[in-house]
Design a protein around this ligand. Structure first.
Ligand code: F0G
Length: 351
């Protein structure tokens, strides 16, 4: 049986690596595109979920990280650095381990989900908590890269987007075409830019006849694209996208406008409701930021703006297990406790 070889080997002819380059992999990519009948019924379209939480470190970042880390390795680098709201640092820590490099991560103090912190710790990254937000962390990381012998592996590194564009190839390969609409959360704006690059390349190569409209969703308290300018105090329960000055600004605006798409905002409550709906009605547990695209689809549907019967792909970016604190804080956790007794068990279950 064929074993998935990772995104760099699987899509090698579409990526800027030489035949002699070493390609790392932890088995990233090849994630499922899952039909979501519960959502399809609700919005009157054909909705599919790209489940990026099934990547090795539990988020889409692994696609870009394997690429950036392979590039750094082939260039002879021995140390990498990144700023992160948590997932990039988890991925960087894992792939630096695979590459035999040291890794330092700059994180906004107190704003990282516990699971993501644990990942950086167990993979042995040097953890630095900055008394500022993600945007402050990225500024420091960029300057460290400019002034010291360390490679920056944030999405301003072009190899990150090269790797992440493979998700658009996978969606297209699974559907046999581009979706009519592709929806995803937007934070630092690398991923929407990468998907658009992937869709454009498949279109130019004649693999896809058409291009999707790109719909991006920010959290209302951290929505610089909706404001039309960077904002200084981003705030949202979806800590992964708590970003006020996205690095890939121009690329994301191009993706939005050239695709005939949109970048809009959803409230924290809409995000948490969409997270619950995905878990309880579809069967997929995602972290809060990852539900922003689903929240956006439901919002467009309420406004009557979802084209009937459209083929829609939604990327859910990260695994729910990364941030169980937020998920559980919404719920009643009072346990049902019984003695060791069959009748009591039957009664408690309601049989
Ligand atoms: N969803 C999740 C779960 C994320 O972690 C991120 C970004 C995004 C969506 C937004 O993607 O930045 O390409 O627009 N997380 C980065 C990090 C910032 O440091 O892990 P984007």
């Amino acid at each position: 049986a064929h074993q998935w070889r990772g995104v760099l080997a699987e899509y090698r002819e579409h990526l800027p690596f030489a035949d002699t380059d070493t390609l790392l992999t932890l088995g990233e990519g090849g994630t499922p595109l899952v039909p979501a009948p519960a959502l399809s019924r609700r919005v009157g379209a054909d909705v599919h979920i790209k489940v990026e939480g099934q990547n090795p470190t539990g988020s889409f970042k692994d696609r870009g990280m394997v690429s950036a880390m392979s590039k750094a390795l082939n260039d002879g680098a021995t140390a990498v650095v990144c700023a992160s709201t948590g997932n990039t640092s988890a991925s960087a820590a894992a792939y630096a381990t695979a590459a035999g490099m040291t890794c330092a991560v700059l994180l906004p103090e107190g704003k990282i989900a516990a699971g993501k912190l644990a990942q950086a710790v167990v993979h042995g990254a040097k953890l630095i908590q900055v008394q500022g937000n993600f945007d402050d962390c990225l500024e420091i990381a960029r300057k460290l890269d400019a002034e010291h012998p360390v490679e920056l592996v944030n999405s301003v590194n072009p190899y990150r987007l090269q790797g992440q564009k493979t998700a658009a190839f996978e969606v297209s390969d699974a559907l046999g075409r581009a979706p009519d609409i592709h929806i995803l959360p937007v934070g630092n704006a690398g991923n929407i830019s990468a998907y658009w690059m992937g869709y454009r390349e498949y279109h130019e190569a004649g693999v896809n006849q058409a291009l999707p409209a790109m719909w991006g969703y920010q959290a209302a308290g951290a929505a610089p694209f909706v404001a039309g300018r960077p904002i200084s105090n981003p705030e949202t329960v979806a800590t992964a996208i708590r970003i006020g000055a996205p690095a890939s600004w121009d690329l994301a605006v191009t993706a939005r406008d050239d695709s005939g798409g949109l970048i809009d905002a959803v409230s924290d409550q809409q995000i948490l409701d969409a997270q619950s709906l995905l878990a309880a009605e579809v069967g997929i547990f995602v972290e809060p930021a990852s539900a922003a695209g689903v929240a956006g689809l439901l919002q467009q549907s309420e406004r009557g703006l979802v084209p009937a019967g459209a083929t829609i792909a939604i990327t859910v970016t990260g695994n729910g297990l990364k941030d169980i604190d937020t998920a559980l804080s919404q719920r009643d956790l009072t346990p049902t406790v019984i003695p060791v007794d069959i009748a009591a068990a039957a009664e408690a279950i309601g049989l």
